[in-house]
Structure formats: structure tokens, C-alpha cells
Design a protein around this ligand. Sequence first.
Ligand SMILES: Nc1nc2c(c(=O)[nH]1)N[C@H]1C(S)=C(S)[C@@H](COP(=O)(O)O)O[C@H]1N2
Ligand SMILES: [Mo]
Length: 222
Amino acid sequence: MTEERDGRLGRSRDKLVESKQRWAREGRLLTGRQARPEAERLPPGQRRVDTWPVLDLGVQPDIAVERWRLAVDGLVENPVDWDWAAFRAQPGFRDVSDIHCVTAWSRFDNAWDGVSARHVLEAVKPRPEARFVMFHGYDDYTTNLPLAAFADDDVLLAHSWQGRPLAREHGGPVRAIVPKLYFWKSAKWIRRIELIAADRPGFWEERGYHGHGDPWKEERYG
Ligand SMILES: Nc1nc2c(c(=O)[nH]1)N[C@H]1C(S)=C(S)[C@@H](COP(=O)(O)O)O[C@H]1N2
Ligand SMILES: [Mo]
């Protein structure tokens, strides 16, 4: 699995991965401060930006909607494998939220349109043993989160941002959006959502980043 992934992504991402792994080892950007009251919008150690930086592993998959699929499987009663028409036939969901990236930028007021995680879960019916979720991207990126975090009422699979189709560099046709966790948990170019019983680290989690990643608790590394 690792070999196949490394082969496909090539060496272009190696430098980026190395430097972000070093951040995790050195605890870079940790302030040691207490999180401020929830009423404040900027989590500790973050600064607000009005741009939208692009972060990826050096590969931006080009997935035409004609060949796009999304599988939701693993510990579910009713696995689904949606093509574009099936995905777009699901009830629409809109949410406005803030982005908090672990590299310390935050971007406020992003309007997302897509399909809510709650609807996805109603469709697949998780088995009682399901406790965690692994997102898989078309670039073979993975990231893990508790099923309870995926089931939050602001989580969605977004096809649009600010009313326009999500750009490829930001994960279009469809990416996950998990507003309450650092943005590395919001998998771009999502192709599979796997429900699992035991937690398992994803790409950055294997490289020193936190299993949960709550920006208000500054769960950057761990
Ligand atoms: N499939 C995939 N999803 C991904 C990534 C990636 O490399 N591949 N990078 C993550 C990281 S580290 C961040 S900060 C955000 C960046 O999203 P953006 O490029 O839209 O700002 O996507 C996350 N989701
Ligand atoms: Mo990131």
C-alpha cells in the first residue's frame, strides 16, 4: 500500500513531507497558551488570512465528473457507491464555517454546498462496531477521525464553495469539510469513506500529526 502510494505520487512531495514531519518533531507553532473563550473565532496560534492557500502532496488529481465515484463502505449495513448523478440526487446541504489549517492560517466565512455527513450516515446505516472513519482521496491521501466527529451537524461532502463549483486545486469535484477539526482532516478529491472499528492513522497522522486535531485544544501534533 505504502509502496504503491509513494510510486504514484512520485518524489515531488518529499521535501514538503519532510519539513512538515520536522514541525511535528519540533513542536513548531505550539504556543502553550490556553485556548481562548469559544466566543472568539481565532483558535490559539492561528492568524487570519483572506486568501485561500493550496496544500497538497504535489499531485492534484483531475477527476472528470463522468468518472467520479464515491464509495462509503466498511462497517455499514448498506454500502453505497455513488456516481455523480446519484451523489447530486441526494438532498442538498449548506453550511458556512471557518477553516483552521495546522500551518497557522485561518479563513473565515466559507459557504459550502454539498451533501451532509448525517445524510450519508442515514443512507449507509453504520453498524454498532463502527467507531472511526478513514477518508481516502484520489491522490491516495488518507486521514482518520472519530465517527462522532464525522457525524457532527456541520460536516459535509462539498461540491461548491461560495456558490461556485469547487476548484480542482481545492479538492473538486468533491471534498470533505470537517469545520471543527484542523483542515488536514478535510480530505480533498474524496473517493472513499471507510467506517472502521479501531482507530488507524492516516497520512499526516502517521507523520507526527494529531489523531483528533481540535484547533481549540491546539491538537497539532501527537
Ligand atoms: N486528498 C487530499 N486531501 C487533503 C490534502 C492532500 O494532500 N490530499 N491536504 C490536507 C491539508 S494538509 C490541508 S491544510 C488541506 C488544504 O486544503 P486547500 O488546499 O483547499 O487549502 O487539505 C487537506 N486535504
Ligand atoms: Mo495542512
